[in-house]
Design a protein around this ligand. Structure first.
Ligand code: ATP
Ligand code: MG
Length: 141
């Protein structure tokens, strides 16, 4: 169960807590861990750069800055198989699509993120994934 875990990371404290939970689960369950961050793209949505394969230096740099420290941290906690991507487009849609296309068993995310509207229990991205993901979703408080 939960052979492949995806953590959605938007740089918020909520997402940082979700990352800790995902790393702990992946260590205990010997799961693969995928770390995904979605950035707005000025011209094209659904545009994906895969680390190491992208020919675009600027985008590779963004990906490396975001993901490299997280990969290192996950590995230092004992997760053997760590990977991930920076995706470009609309976060809820991109995370759901990525989870489906990559046979993810569990998405781990924060209940809230970088958004500023107070009083909401769930943000729009966690709300969308909870309703529409093809797999289990764990929202971390
Ligand atoms: P909203 O964005 O609707 O104003 P919010 O920012 O408080 O509200 P969400 O965006 O739903 O809440 O964030 C919930 C969780 O979803 C985050 O903790 C993170 O795990 C994930 N998430 C949100 N945006 C992104 C993103 N751009 N890339 C990766 N993960 C994201
Ligand atoms: Mg948000």
């Amino acid at each position: 169960m939960f052979k492949k875990i995806l953590v959605a990371y938007d740089g918020s404290d909520h997402a940082a807590r979700a990352f800790e939970v995902a790393v702990d689960l992946a260590t205990k369950l010997s799961s693969q861990l995928e770390i995904v961050q979605v950035e707005p793209h000025p011209t094209t949505s659904n545009w994906v750069t895969e680390i190491g394969r992208s020919g675009n230096d600027e985008l590779s740099k963004v990906a490396a800055q975001v993901l490299t420290p997280l990969w290192a941290k996950a590995r230092s906690h004992g997760v053997k198989d760590v990977s991930g991507d920076v995706l470009y487009g609309e976060p809820a849609h991109e995370i759901a699509r990525y989870a489906k296309d990559n046979d993810v068993d569990l998405v781990v995310m924060g209940r809230r993120g970088r958004g500023r509207i107070e009083g909401l229990v769930l943000g729009s991205v966690s709300s969308h994934l909870t309703s529409h993901a093809n797999c289990a979703v764990l929202t971390v408080k």
